[in-house]
Design a protein. Structure first.
Length: 392
């Protein structure tokens, strides 16, 4: 099939199945289509998810045998272009798609792939990530949540913190220490844990933005079947790093989320006073918007080059760092456009009260998924090959 024929087929399918209500920018977390047994999706979101999952296009590059679309990167690019053409929202957003799925494809057993991947594609099972702990954040390898073998099960005890969306998730992919006597980065394993298991408790944490999707997740004598071990026992650190790469690439998408899907220049022109030439009266704001638009286009071009060269994984710290900074800068400009109304919880008319909430939420982008300082260190040492500080 030629690219032109494929594009025409994709365009017709998307046009026929994407509801009009989902061809608009997403303003809130509630606008996103999260699957799982606790999903709050509306009828349009469910219909759109079902239609795309039928073609495997929620995970277009995954093999068809596991429910994916079996598309090449080039074909997936065409699909994304056609969705962007009508501003179609993603049919599903889920850590199973962006983080766990790639790890299962690379490290999972055949049984694990067939059990979990099709359910992820169809939005039937939602996942969260169990990495950070109260005493193990940036220094993740110092984690203390432990799993000991008892017959055909692991017994898990410990606490995870900042577990995004755990209160809405069905399962968690979790880093646990399975050999307490091994060196720091050894003796760590990855377990797939059903959150309905006895002994699991989840407590949402209210943020200053009003969002409550971060959670504390506790495990008390939780039994996990040995078959839920992902990869080799005591060698989970390599898998953990692989998943971190997927996460950091995902954070690169922060550069183009929310109300900012509409041109900032157009949004400002629709909202603020203009001069006799039709330009914004505020020259500093004009410059800020132009600078951000140019940086965003440059970032997207860099991402495209990295994907084409097959080098996106090695540059994941760059994608995470730069995408985070662009999103924070964009939220700053949205606050400027909204003016004094942005500082109120109801917000300006153009965003249904989300400007200040999104601005507050964006402050955490430089912490989650590995702090910006960690990303800078990784870029300096692993990409630029700079020497370590002799004082270390």
């Amino acid at each position: 099939m030629t690219d032109e024929t494929l594009r025409a087929e994709m365009r017709a399918y998307i046009e026929a199945h994407c509801p009009a209500s989902l061809r608009t920018p997403m303003l809130t977390y509630e606008d996103r289509a999260y699957g799982g047994t606790k999903s709050t999706m509306n009828a349009d979101q469910r219909a759109w998810l079902s239609a795309m999952a039928d073609r495997g296009w929620t995970a277009p590059t995954w093999p068809k045998e596991y429910g994916g679309g079996g598309l090449s990167d080039r074909e997936t690019g065409i699909l994304r272009e056609e969705m962007a053409r009508i501003q179609a929202r993603p049919p599903l957003e889920e850590y199973g798609l962006s983080m766990l799925g790639p790890a299962l494809l690379k490290h999972g057993t055949e049984e694990q792939k067939r059990e979990h991947l099709p359910k992820i594609v169809r939005g039937e099972r939602r996942w969260c990530q169990g990495y950070s702990e109260p005493g193990a954040g940036s220094d993740l390898a110092s984690l203390s949540t432990a799993a000991r073998i008892d017959g055909e099960d692991f017994i898990v005890d410990g606490t995870k913190i900042w577990t995004s969306h755990a209160h809405r998730a069905d399962w968690i992919f979790c880093l646990v220490r399975t050999d307490k006597d091994a060196p720091k980065h050894k003796g760590i394993s990855v377990l797939l844990i059903d959150l309905t298991s006895p002994g699991v408790s989840v407590r949402p944490i209210q943020l200053i933005s009003g969002h409550g999707h971060f959670c504390e997740t506790r495990f008390e004598d939780v039994r996990v079947p040995k078959g839920n071990l992902l990869g080799p026992l005591n060698d989970g650190w390599e898998i953990a790093k692989f998943i971190l790469v997927q996460e950091r690439q995902m954070y690169g998408d922060h550069a183009k989320r929310g109300v900012e899907a509409k041109s900032l220049g157009q949004l400002a022109a629709d909202t603020l006073p203009r001069d006799e030439h039709g330009r914004l009266k505020d020259p500093m704001l004009r410059a800020d918007i132009l600078r951000l638009e140019l940086r965003t286009k440059g970032f997207e071009a860099a991402r495209a080059r990295l994907r084409a060269a097959g080098g996106a994984a090695g540059m994941a710290p760059f994608l995470k760092l730069y995408g985070t900074e662009l999103n924070k800068e964009r939220q700053d400009i949205l606050m400027q456009i909204g003016g004094p109304a942005s500082y109120g919880w109801d917000g300006p008319a153009f965003d249904d009260g989300q400007v200040v909430k999104n601005w507050l939420r964006s402050r955490g982008n430089s912490i989650e998924g590995g702090t910006s300082e960690i990303q800078l260190n990784l870029l300096a040492q692993r990409v630029l090959k700079l020497p370590k500080d002799k004082r270390e």
